[in-house]
Design a binder for this molecule. Structure first.
Ligand SMILES: [Cu+2]
Length: 303
């Protein structure tokens, strides 16, 4: 008697858990499908419990978002069809309800269908996929160029058509962060670019392979020693956007973040003027530290 009651309550609990699971999964699916899932994802940086891609702040990332949603719809359709077929087989063709199985071996119509339909699905995926690849790889006419060099373990940036200054960008240690600065993403010198301008990035590395990745701009490109890779982005909203090195490059791979500040044209112009002075003045001690060039004055002072 007691056992029956315990079993009944166990079954009731199991049913409740299963129902909760189904409701939860359906909720997640609806969120992902309707795009409200993007609200749970930060733009420019990841957010706690993020379940979707980071928010888009460039035309390329917007296209990546719509391609992702399109694929999700197709995948859900395929999964539901396979699930329905499995349930049909389990219910209609088990030994009890179908004791004498048919000996059918071929059905031309079904065979043509299960060949042609997947081909059509793949073609339907290939067309927007190639369109997206061309958007990413076919560089439009650039308004400015930023050269990015990966080092173990920091990034350095150069503005060849804005005074050719360059600077290193190193992660800020957790203890030195200001209250609103994200941990492991904040850097001492941010890359600054103007809003709505097409920025060409030329990416290379000084030592090992790194990868320059900025999710909200839809950029991820390998930084290879001895090779110059190109990509582009057009930031559509002002703000700070973070990325990380995405190629295992050694001990401090996780500690070489990328921070790009998108500002108005006027703010960019005044930043360039400031940066030209600031980063020009650090060049001499930097080269001295490396010991490759010792200016005559410094040499005399040392003697
Ligand atoms: Cu790296």
């Amino acid at each position: 008697m007691g056992v029956t009651i315990a079993m009944k309550s166990w079954i009731r609990n199991a049913a409740r858990t299963a129902a909760g699971f189904i409701v939860g999964m359906t909720g997640l699916l609806v969120l992902a499908l309707t795009g409200t899932g993007a609200a749970l994802a930060g733009t420019g940086q990841p957010s706690p419990w993020q379940i979707n891609l980071q928010g888009a702040a460039s035309p390329v990332m917007e296209s990546i978002h719509s391609f992702h949603t399109f694929l999700l719809v197709i995948i859900i359709g395929v999964v539901l069809l396979v699930l329905a077929l499995l349930i049909l087989v389990i219910v209609r063709f088990n030994e009890k309800s179908n004791p004498v199985p048919s000996r059918t071996t071929h059905n031309t119509l079904i065979e043509v269908l299960w060949t042609v339909v997947p081909v059509l699905i793949l073609v339907a995926i290939a067309i927007p996929s190639f369109r997206l690849l061309f958007l990413e790889l076919d560089l439009p006419k650039a308004d400015l160029t930023v050269k990015v060099t990966g080092h173990q373990w920091y990034w350095s940036y150069e503005y060849p058509d804005n005074g050719a200054f360059s600077f290193d960008s190193l992660m800020v240690a957790t203890a030195d962060l200001k209250p609103d600065q994200p941990r492991l993403l904040t850097v001492d010198n941010e890359v600054v670019v103007p809003v709505n301008k097409i920025v060409r990035i030329q990416v290379t590395a000084a030592d090992v392979i790194h990868s320059f990745a900025l999710p909200s701009f839809g950029v991820k490109i390998d930084a290879l020693p001895g090779r110059l890779n190109e990509s582009w982005f057009q930031a559509t909203k002002e703000g700070v956007y973070y990325g990380q090195c995405s190629e295992l490059c050694g001990r401090d791979h996780a500690f070489m973040p990328i921070a790009i500040r998108v500002v108005s044209d006027a703010e960019f112009a005044s930043w360039v003027e400031k940066a030209k002075q600031e980063f020009a003045s650090v060049e001499t001690p930097e080269r001295l530290a490396q010991g490759d060039i010792v200016p005559a004055v410094a040499g005399a002072a040392a003697r």
